[in-house]
Design a protein around this ligand. Structure first.
Ligand SMILES: [Zn+2]
Length: 219
């Protein structure tokens, strides 16, 4: 799943509005950010078949970032990093853990069986909703719309420019939800890593500048 992950970040903003939206949008893709880095370093694997026509044809094996057994580690690591900068209570910790852990659950729904339970290469799981392109695009879009709607109940914008940035980001993510999984796959692993890291940088950056005023007031 690509854009659909961000839906959880938007929705959790409504649960705990003192956590900046950009932090939640990083949390939901935290393991994917590390996956890009690990693939670049050769610690995890990505294989782009020659006959690949869409992004979902890419074969991945990410035991350290995408195994079920690693989910508690990544969730607690994110809470620990957040705690370096802001006070963390039980509610905030729970929200951050849900944000990070939601990544595995949503990937499990859409991925073809490539998600390991442990570091072992034999056990891989995934319900394969990506095999039904319309259904998976519909699910990601509905999730995003619901998440954005919840977020709008609490989010405060710094001004017109901030509001425009928020809606521009929402529009880009909705387009990604509708068409993202069927775009042309990258031709090299390097290109895939760079595009992934760009997405995971641009999205929180937009959110950061959308919510400038609330960030100042609430922290
Ligand atoms: Zn993932």
């Amino acid at each position: 799943m690509l854009a659909g992950h961000f839906a959880v970040g938007y929705a959790l903003k409504a649960v705990e509005k003192t956590v900046p939206l950009w932090v939640l949008l990083v949390a939901v893709q935290f393991v994917d950010i590390f996956a890009q880095i690990f693939i670049f370093l050769g610690l995890e694997r990505m294989f782009i078949p020659e006959n690949a026509t869409k992004i979902t044809d890419i074969v991945i094996f990410n035991p350290y970032t995408h195994s079920l057994i690693s989910v508690p580690f990544w969730s607690l690591l994110f809470v620990a990093i957040f705690a370096l900068f802001r006070p963390v209570n039980l509610r905030i910790a729970a929200v951050l853990i849900i944000a990070v852990a939601s990544h595995w659950i949503l990937d499990f729904v859409v991925h073809v069986p490539d998600l390991p339970l442990s570091f072992s290469p034999e056990e891989k799981f995934g319900l394969g909703l990506w095999n039904y392109p319309l259904l998976s695009a519909a699910l990601e879009t509905v999730l995003l719309l619901a998440g954005i709607a919840l977020c709008l109940k609490v989010v405060e914008f710094g001004g017109l420019i901030n509001k425009l940035l928020f809606w521009l980001l929402c529009t880009l993510l909705l387009l990604l939800a509708l068409f993202g999984s069927h775009t042309q796959p990258p031709s090299t692993i390097g290109e895939a890593v760079v595009k992934g890291l760009m997405l995971y940088t641009i999205v929180p950056a937009f959110a950061y500048f959308s919510e400038k005023r609330i960030r100042k007031n609430s922290v």
